[in-house]
Design a binder for this molecule. Sequence first.
Ligand SMILES: CC(=O)N[C@H]1[C@@H](OP(=O)(O)OP(=O)(O)OC[C@H]2O[C@@H](n3ccc(=O)[nH]c3=O)[C@H](O)[C@@H]2O)O[C@H](CO)[C@H](O)[C@@H]1O
Ligand SMILES: [Mn+2]
Length: 342
Amino acid sequence: MIRKHEHWLLALVIAGGMVLCWLVFSRCTSVSLNEYVEGLTWRQVNHQVVLNHRLQSNQAKLMEPVRTDVLTVTPWLAPIVWEGTFDPLVIDEAFRSHNLTIATTVFAVGKYTRFLCDFLESAEKHFMVGLDVHYYVFTDLPGDVPSNMTLGVGRLLSIVSVPKFDRWQEISLRRMELIQTAIEDHIHREAHYIFCLDVDMRFHGRVGSEALGRLVAAIHPWFYMYPRSQYPYERRAVSTASVPQDQGDFYYQANIFGGVLEDVHRLTKTCRENLEVDKSVGVEAVWQEESHLNWYLVKNKPTKLLSPEYVWDDARGRATKEIKLVRFSSVIKNKAEVRENP
Ligand SMILES: CC(=O)N[C@H]1[C@@H](OP(=O)(O)OP(=O)(O)OC[C@H]2O[C@@H](n3ccc(=O)[nH]c3=O)[C@H](O)[C@@H]2O)O[C@H](CO)[C@H](O)[C@@H]1O
Ligand SMILES: [Mn+2]
């Protein structure tokens, strides 16, 4: 009787040991996976503003705000960049000596390759002029990427081959996954900052170092005058992108977002994971990856916001009086003709 009892005890100890080993092993593998991602080495960014002793901006006067018609700082003390809030000479001088490389991702899949020429030509005139820019063109049609474009000094273009998905929504939302993977594969070694841009866009004015920050997003040109309850966030609780009526600060447009590699990597990884959870239950958020981006930015506040000057829409017509300068805007496109599906 006692012997039988001992056998049971032994079996119990062995089983317990096996469970313990499995727990330790599975923890080790998950830790090492996390470490792989966290172990990426990010290029350090120097945030000091050091100016040439001869260069001074006009004196800023505390009692004379430069813009009284718009909000220039958020409740969490992030600046909102508008014309008049910065001195381009001072900002450029402050960043010039840091030898920065700005990775710039742009997707041109299927018929969207037709937008590349104007996009790149205008970017060469206005986007991060004076800094090193490395464009990464993600496309399924490498032969359609303009090859005769002369890029400025310090500016490079690489082509990243990607598959074409059947639906435009899928092409658009898969960008989160493809950007995450590209950062892990090589971009983390190659750049200090990254900007992720739509291709059906054109630059009209300066988008320079004033737009650099840890985590940067642009305020959507169609919704900034509305209360948060009217923002087109995903509202269905079944989606991981769901935002309740009483939350949210601004509605951001996904046509331009960026920041330092580490922060943008975390953003794309989280959005990609949430997009996959949604997909597994057959849900697609109302504005695809833009809904997920907005959900992320409700929780993780951007450190710098770009006013709608930085993401205008030609379809809105002439800019309103608070927009002193349209810098970057969506071109009008025939959606039915250019997209894969309605
Ligand atoms: C006014 C409006 O309706 N805005 C929404 C619409 O923006 P957009 O109309 O700006 O979406 P879009 O058609 O420009 O697609 C986004 C980007 O994906 C790439 N692309 C897309 C399709 C394709 O066949 N090939 C290709 O390369 C390309 O870089 C393009 O710029 O859709 C987005 C979908 O995420 C967002 O929800 C926007 O809020
Ligand atoms: Mn677009």
